[in-house]
Design a protein around this ligand. Sequence first.
Ligand code: HEC
Ligand code: HEC
Length: 243
Amino acid sequence: MRLRILTALTGVVCFAADYTPEAVEAGKAQFLDACAACHGTNGEGGIGPSLVDGREVRRADDEQLFKSIRQGVPGADMPPFSFPDQQVWNLVGFVRSLSAPAVEANLDGDVAAGEALFFGAGGCVECHRIRGRGGPLGPDLSRIGASRRIDQIREALLDPNARITAGFEAATLDGNVRAVVKNHTNFSAQVLDSFGQLHLLRGDELERLRFEGESWMPRDVATRLEDDLVRDLVAFLSRQAPR
Ligand code: HEC
Ligand code: HEC
C-alpha cells in the first residue's frame, strides 16, 4: 500500500489513500487503550519496543504489522488482539504514522500561514535557509519534511536543547559574533559565523571561541507564538520535501 499526499486548495494537508486521517485518529484512540501501557503513549517504547524508530516496523509491510497485532509475537510478550479487522487496520495506520517522515503525516495546520511566519514575523529566515533564501547559522531546512518526523520537528521548535543538530553547536567568536562549530578537536576548530564566513582556528586561536552550551534557536518559540501558529509552522516545515 502506498501513501499519497493530497493538498487541498485551502492548504490543509492530509494523508489520504488507505489510511484516512479518521482511521489514524481512531487507531490512536485504540492504541492508547490497548497498547500504550507497553509501547508508551507516543509509541516511544517501554516494556515493549519503540514503534517510532524501530527497524522492525520500517521493514514490516502492512500485512505483517496486521499479523503481529492480530496474532501477537509468539515467544515474546506481545499478546494477540482479537479486534475486528477494521480496527486492526486502523492500528496499523497509526503505527505507520509514528515512524513516517513528516511529509507523509496527517496534519491540519495552515501551510501558507506557516510560510508567511517563517519568512516574516517568526524571524526564522534570519538563521535558516529554504531553497537558497535565508541566513547561515541554522541548518538548511529545504528537505526537513523528508528527513525528520513530525515529533522531531516539533521538539526542535519547542525544546531546542533536547537535541542539537550535529555541526550546529553554538559558540561566540571574538566575544561578540554568533557562530556555529562545524567540527573541532583539541587542536583546531572549523567555525561558521553568522555572516556566512568560515574560520579555521588552530592552537592558541581556539581562545577566540567560547562555547555557549545551548542552541542559538530562540528559546521562546512556544511562549511567543500561539499554539495554532506553532502548528502552522510545523505544517509548513513538514511540506519541505522536494522530490
Ligand atoms: C504486554 C505488553 C504489550 C502490549 C499490551 C502490546 N505490545 Fe506490541 N510488543 C510487545 C513486545 C514485548 C514486542 C516485541 C516482540 C519481539 O520481541 O519481537 C512487541 C512488538 C510489537 C510490534 C512489532 C512487531 C514486529 O513486527 O516485530 C508491533 C507493531 C506492536 N508490538 C504493536 C502493538 C500494538 C498495535 C498493540 C496494541 C493493540 C500492542 N503492540 C500491544 C509488547 C506489547
Ligand atoms: C538565531 C538563529 C536561529 C533562529 C532565529 C531560528 N533558528 Fe532554528 N535553529 C538554529 C540552530 C543553530 C539550529 C541547530 C541547533 C539545534 O539543533 O537547536 C536550529 C535548529 C532548528 C530546527 C531543527 C533542524 C534539524 O536539523 O532537525 C528546526 C526545525 C528549526 N531550527 C526551525 C526554526 C524555526 C521554525 C524558526 C523560527 C520560529 C527558527 N528555527 C529560528 C538557529 C536559529
